[in-house]
Design a protein around this ligand. Structure first.
Ligand code: SF4
Ligand code: SF4
Length: 453
């Protein structure tokens, strides 16, 4: 298969409602002019390089019970065995068996585990990127505790190094590394936007303070698509009389290095936020309504930094919950029935499942939980970078049907969530299905109902 020319065959569309590639067609993408055999070697080498004791234990402990299949929205909606979570790891597993397992020598000598081909890796691109949101639902269900989501994330490292990444993810990650933002929210664009928002909404948004107790990260989805969330953040922090700031040398919280599989770019992106927080002496870094941004800093930040972070990291929903609970923040009651969508990386993977509910409880809503809910809630299908990949749209809409049914079944008047990537996925699903439900932000709901003093 020839190398796809990203600019000629799939020109990037950056001005439309969604960043992506125009007129997508069924395709596997390759980056760089590397001979196929070399791609395989690079992928295998990097698969193996990432194996630690954990991954090896996971690989050895699968009892092939098949329980993870029913946990995965892709399998449930298609009944296609290729979408079984554990199958998504097959090339990764073959690399382990051939190169690292206790019987690797025999596997190789007796030809029991053949080398993976580039065609197989191309096909696996769909399984590792388009059809895994790294939502971790399978992880929760697996009786052996195998963290398939983390293994998929590790498998993406090998795929990236071999130049076998969906172009949209590659391009978004490369742009973020080069310009500081995947969606063009450069420091200048962000500064202009802040000035306009501060003016328009008559709200104080402090930028580049030399000393601040609290520093805010924002996601480029919010900056470019939901700028009201910047205003909402400012209103909440100002109401709390916090000494806070946004720093133009470190604000982008989305991490396409993580999503695409480039660990160096992941580190570069995380370090910008970490360094900005250290520079202004922040005691607290608040991460915005973005699920993977939370995971990238809250659970992986210290690894990137090489030691414990010298400040606390909270998701905005946790910060709201804490301040509503201790009475520092006061809100009016909202007399509506509401259902809450758990963002996978905030609830199931992040552990902040109760936070959204504490906030909704303070707002006095009539909460109609989905079935299942909380840590077992279904993924919206847009996480892990999947919403960026246009060729994955049909499959994504298929899995979104689960979500629509869940929401409709609650009979709630209002749908609320605390992740802008989920919100983007819901907005896109709403327009595709001409659905009558609109996704609302938890943060904006709080800001809209603040009680002064
Ligand atoms: S649920 Fe766990 S043990 Fe069972 S097949 Fe899936 S990964 Fe293997
Ligand atoms: S992490 Fe989520 S999307 Fe990926 S295989 Fe598991 S259940 Fe499916």
């Amino acid at each position: 298969m020839s190398v796809t020319d990203i600019n000629k065959e799939h020109p990037l569309e950056t001005q439309g409602p969604r960043f992506g590639i125009k007129k997508p067609k069924a395709r596997y993408d390759k980056q760089g002019e590397i001979p196929d055999s070399e791609r395989v070697e690079i992928a295998m080498k990097n698969f193996v390089r990432d194996f630690g004791a954990h991954a090896a234990t996971y690989m050895e402990s699968c009892i092939h019970c098949g329980m993870c299949a029913e946990a995965c929205h892709y399998y449930v909606q298609t009944n296609d065995p290729k979408y079984t979570p554990i199958w998504k790891l097959e090339p990764f597993k073959q690399a382990y068996k051939r190169e690292m397992s206790p019987f690797a020598f025999f596997y190789r000598a007796l030809g029991l585990k053949r080398k993976v081909t580039v065609e197989e890796l191309e096909e696996w691109q769909e399984l590792i990127y388009d059809s895994c949101t790294m939502c971790g639902r399978c992880t929760l269900i697996c009786p052996m505790g195998i963290d398939i989501a983390v293994l998929v994330s590790q498998a993406r490292h090998g795929m990236f190094q071999a130049g076998l990444v969906p172009h949209e993810l590659w391009a978004a990650a490369e742009r973020a590394e080069r310009e500081g933002s995947p969606l063009g929210a450069t420091p200048k664009v962000f500064k202009d936007r802040i000035e306009w928002l501060a003016d328009d909404h008559e709200v104080d948004i402090p930028v580049d303070k030399e000393q601040a107790d609290v520093i805010i990260g924002m996601s480029s989805i919010e900056i470019m698509k939901y700028p009201e969330s910047i205003v909402a953040t400012a209103k909440v922090l100002n109401a709390l009389k916090q000494n806070w700031t946004i720093r133009l040398d470190g604000y982008e919280a989305t991490n396409f290095g993580l999503l695409s599989g480039n660990s160096q770019w992941q580190k570069d992106m995380s370090m910008k936020l970490i360094n900005a927080a250290i520079k202004c002496g922040a005691k607290l870094l608040i991460l915005p309504e973005c699920g993977h941004a939370y995971g990238a800093l809250r659970w992986m930040g210290a690894n990137m930094y090489g030691k414990p972070l010298p400040f606390k990291v909270m998701h905005i929903s946790e910060f709201l919950a804490e301040n509503l609970k201790n009475g520092q923040l006061k809100v009016k009651k909202v007399k509506k029935s509401v259902t809450y969508h758990d963002p996978c990386q905030v609830s199931r993977r992040g552990g902040a499942t109760p936070a959204g509910r504490t906030v909704l409880n303070a707002l006095g809503v009539d909460l109609h939980e989905m079935t299942p809910t909380g840590d077992l809630n279904w993924c919206c299908g847009g996480g892990g970078g999947v919403v960026t990949i246009h060729r994955a749209d049909d499959l994504r809409y298929k899995v979104f049907e689960i979500k629509m049914k869940q929401v409709n079944d609650t009979g709630a008047e209002m749908l609320v969530m605390s992740c802008s990537n989920c919100r983007l996925t819901f907005d896109d699903g709403q327009s595709h299905f001409k659905w009558d439900k609109t996704a609302n932000s938890l943060l904006e709901m709080v800001a809209d109902n603040l009680v002064e003093g």
